[in-house]
Design a binder for this molecule. Structure first.
Ligand SMILES: [Zn+2]
Length: 455
């Protein structure tokens, strides 16, 4: 790999300049007025893939276009599919940025711009590493496919539709995604699990109008009180969800996983301090990291009812509302969870009250086997580029499109984040460490080599 390393060193500055070009394009998918910039970003990528000698296509969709590219075919070699996104979050509030969000600026070894880490900088590492192979060796050691979308920040709807018909064309041995963070500075990570989600709104209706609590209190069920009881009834005192069958399909933590999680340099006191809380809470029998990443969780996300103004108003409100979610783990099925909640609601519903459950969205979790040869290949590539073996982590959040890619293409997913947890992804002053950018390109170049040798 000396030739490739040398090439990457020699062209490092130009790589940064190319990233800056892409970052100057304000491709905010949530803002319709950015439509021209969205198209410009897709064009930029399409042209960049073509310059590499790859077949590339801009796929028009009902929303933002996809860029789908493919390296020249290498007979008998395995295939990896890179997923990334060229759209970015809105840059507001603009006055909180130290330098303008779409004028990439270097400060203290970091590059500041909207999209620097999420995901333009990280996504580009997998294109630039391919360039090094093509220029130094004339060809890649494996087949690469790229699907770069423009709607990740607004729900990936167009990609979901596209994927349904493209399983054959996109067939791959593994899926590579860099759109996240390392465990900590200097501690690279491979994330092998994501939680899923099931999100609901609950509407509680009682009397046909707000009632005076003096005249009517004590005679009919109070919807706000009923809502509180129902929500509280969904967990027991041990932090376990009470929905029947809720844990039936939960993939248990293996001893190996529990050991790996326990070995991570995680400081619980520091964590509490960061969050400004005095204690932890969750399902009994599991450590904090296990509960955050590998066990399901129930959370009330919002609730409202009755009088909320200044002072006192003596009412018994007619309605009450809540939004709540379950973070799911493999192999829980959101549809089955919905059925379970409906059953529990009929059990918990007090007299004189009507409950309406609205299913807002759901997606399953994801788990890649630690025995996967692709995980092993990625660990070797990262170790060579970062100078230390990556830790294996899971993630408590959900990326629905990743679960869909995994399900549609039936391939292992490698979540290799090159960023840091303090990169300010949705906030002002988003940044990417330039050292991480270059390490990411080096790791990616080695990943192609390692994946090519997976039997
Ligand atoms: Zn992202």
């Amino acid at each position: 790999m000396t030739d490739i390393d040398q090439y990457l060193r020699l062209h490092g500055e130009r790589f940064e300049a190319e990233l800056c070009d892409l970052l100057r394009i304000a491709s905010v998918s949530a803002q319709p007025e950015c439509r021209a910039e969205i198209l410009r970003a897709a064009d930029w990528l399409d042209a960049r893939f073509r310059r590499l000698g790859f077949r590339s296509e801009i796929v028009a969709t009902e929303g933002c276009p996809l860029v789908v590219a493919e390296s020249p075919h290498v007979e008998g070699a395995p295939t990896a599919l890179v997923y990334g996104h060229y759209d970015v979050q809105p840059a507001d509030p603009l006055d909180r940025w130290t330098s303008p969000p779409f004028e990439p600026t270097r400060r203290g070894g970091n590059l500041y711009a909207r999209g620097a880490t999420d995901d333009k900088g990280q996504m580009l590492t997998h294109l630039l590493s391919a360039e090094a192979w093509v220029e130094c060796r004339g060809a890649l050691p494996l087949n690469l496919k790229y699907v770069i979308e423009g709607e990740e920040e607004v729900g990936s709807r167009s990609l979901e539709t596209y994927l349904a018909g493209q399983a054959d064309r996109l067939a791959t041995d593994c899926i590579v995604i860099s759109d996240g963070a390392q465990f900590a500075p200097g501690i690279p990570a491979i994330c092998y699990g994501l939680r899923g989600i099931a999100y609901y709104e609950l509407r509680v209706a009682g009397p046909n109008r707000d009632l005076h609590s003096g005249s009517f209190g004590g005679s009919v069920t109070n919807p706000a009180g009923a809502l509180a009881k129902v929500l509280a009834g969904m967990t027991d005192n041990q932090g376990r969800v009470t929905i029947p069958g809720f844990y039936d399909d939960v993939a248990p933590l293996s001893d190996q996983e529990r050991r790996l999680l326990a070995e991570l340099p995680f400081d619980e006191t520091e964590y509490l301090l960061q969050l400004g809380v005095t204690g932890t809470w969750g399902e009994e029998g599991y450590t904090l990291l296990e509960r955050r990443w590998a066990r399901p969780a129930y959370d009330v996300c919002g609730l409202w009812s009755g009088y909320q103004g200044e002072g006192a108003k003596t009412i018994l409100p007619a309605t009450a509302h809540a939004k709540f979610s379950f973070r799911l783990v493999p192999n829980q099925d959101p549809h089955k969870i919905t059925q379970g909640i409906k059953w529990l609601l009929t059990e918990l519903c007090p007299p004189g009250i009507e409950l309406e459950l609205v299913d807002l969205h759901g997606s399953p979790g994801l788990l890649v086997s630690l025995e996967s040869p692709y995980v092993d290949a990625a660990a070797r590539a990262i170790e060579q580029a970062f100078g230390r073996r990556p830790v294996l982590t899971r993630e408590g959040g959900s990326i629905p499109i990743v679960a869909t890619l995994h399900e549609t293409l039936r391939a292992d997913v490698l979540l290799l984040g090159w960023g840091q947890n303090d990169d300010n992804t949705p906030a002002p002053d988003e940044k990417l460490s330039l050292a991480d950018f270059h390490r990411g390109i080096r790791a990616s170049a080695r990943l192609w080599q390692e994946l090519a040798h997976v039997p």
